[in-house]
Design a protein around this ligand. Structure first.
Ligand code: PLP
Length: 392
């Protein structure tokens, strides 16, 4: 008889094959066991069932990758420990010293900061373009441009760009980089539901699964999806060298949220649109920014390309209102909590100043408040906004 400790580690019981349930099994592994040395030599980490080591994936993470690729209409997926890490993976997989990356001026803030610090330090140029003007993008392309980022709708100010026209401007460029130009979309807002990124012509879609696919405001994760095998392999090789692992318990949370993603998206979208229309009629704002409002920038492109509008709206207060007054509005909200992120069950607000998040002149000089609408009832949320606006 082996010693008890040994027996507990090398126990003969194995769970039966074929046990079936609605939820996915959670496989947790750093070490993956091979039946023989020959099997270890033969196994290929680039193949979907080629399990080699926990960092290269388990059946649990591959299951989520399959489903996110399906959600977005892509073919291949790689997971990263946060949405921001997914964006960074795309930069690092495709950019080399001497290259240039083009980023919309209304892109997710921390992604712009990565370009202005790390990428710049590594000798990679970064240029911000006006996402509402395809001619501006076209004018900024050079033979060094290797990667063009897109975001729809834009971060905070929610301008909705003409994505097919932006992609067409890139494709029409006559002196492309020797390794070609990759177009990459931050697809967190559309989430694979409002529109199909690949139908818009983009090569790569990055997504903060932290938002809709989770839906719980309790887990961080990101994904990068593509239809092109070559692009996926470049991403996967960089991913492996960076050591971007995701924990199986976190994957389990996303798999649990995923079946209700489309239903939550639609429910939060409906509440957000109702509040946007009501707020639009209030006297406090220079503009209520939400792509479904006819006077919101890019409304016509949103109407042409999208079947949904997510759960974000931004209040551009009239410049006559001081930051102090707008802070008082936010502090007076009861149901809306003050905090970052969105697409969770609870409504949130966050305060921004256009001049500090844009490198180009911005039409909104007053304080900005971004609202993320949760799953609460629309009447209760409207009443909360009404009482807080009365205190301004
Ligand atoms: C939240 C967000 C990210 C980053 O996701 P994290 O998981 O929080 O790192 C990236 N892009 C957009 C548009 C986001 O809203």
């Amino acid at each position: 008889m082996p010693d008890l400790t040994t027996e507990l580690i090398h126990h003969p019981y194995r769970p039966p094959a074929g046990f079936d349930a609605i939820t996915a099994p959670v496989h947790k592994a750093s070490t993956v066991i091979f039946p023989s040395v020959a099997a270890l030599r033969a196994r290929d980490w680039t193949h979907e069932s080629g399990y080699t080591y926990g960092l290269a994936g388990t059946p649990t993470s591959f299951m989520l990758e399959e489903r996110i690729a399906t959600l977005e209409g892509g073919r291949y997926c790689a997971l990263a420990p946060s949405g921001l890490a997914a964006l960074t993976l795309v930069d690092m997989a495709f950019l080399s010293a001497g290259d240039e990356v083009l980023i919309p001026d209304n892109a997710y803030g921390p992604k712009k900061a990565f370009a202005q610090h790390e990428l710049k330090n590594w000798g990679i140029g970064c240029v911000f373009y006006d996402p509402m003007d395809p001619a501006d993008l076209a004018a900024r392309l050079t033979p060094r441009t290797r990667l063009v980022w897109l975001e729809a709708a834009g971060s905070i100010t929610l301008e909705y760009p003409d994505l097919p026209a932006l992609v067409a401007a890139v494709r029409a460029y006559g002196q492309p980089h020797p390794r070609g130009i990759v177009t990459a979309l931050d697809n967190t807002w559309g989430a694979g539901i409002a529109f199909c990124a690949f139908d818009m012509g983009v090569d790569v879609s990055a997504h903060a699964l932290t938002k809709y696919p989770s839906g719980g405001a309790d887990v961080l994760m990101g994904s990068v999806v593509t239809r092109e095998r070559d692009l996926h392999h470049q991403l996967l090789q960089c991913h492996g060298r960076l050591g971007l692992g995701v924990a199986a318990n976190d994957v389990e949370l996303i798999l649990r949220g995923l079946p209700s993603t489309a239903i939550r998206y639609a429910a939060q979208d409906a509440t957000t649109r109702a509040l946007a229309h009501w707020l639009h009629g209030q006297p406090f704002f220079q503009q209520v920014l939400h792509p479904a409002l006819p006077d919101s920038p890019g409304h016509a492109f949103w109407q042409r390309d999208c079947t949904g509008a997510a759960c974000l709206l931004t209040l551009a207060f009239k410049p006559a209102y001081s930051q102090e007054q707008v802070d008082r509005f936010c502090d007076s909200l009861q149901l809306f909590k003050i905090g970052h992120s969105w697409a969770g069950p609870m409504s949130l607000c966050a305060v921004y100043q256009a001049s500090s998040i844009r490198s180009r002149p911005c039409a909104y000089q007053g304080p900005l408040v971004r609202l993320s609408i949760g799953l609460e009832s629309v009447q209760d949320l409207q009443a909360d906004l009404e009482q807080a606006l009365a205190r301004i």
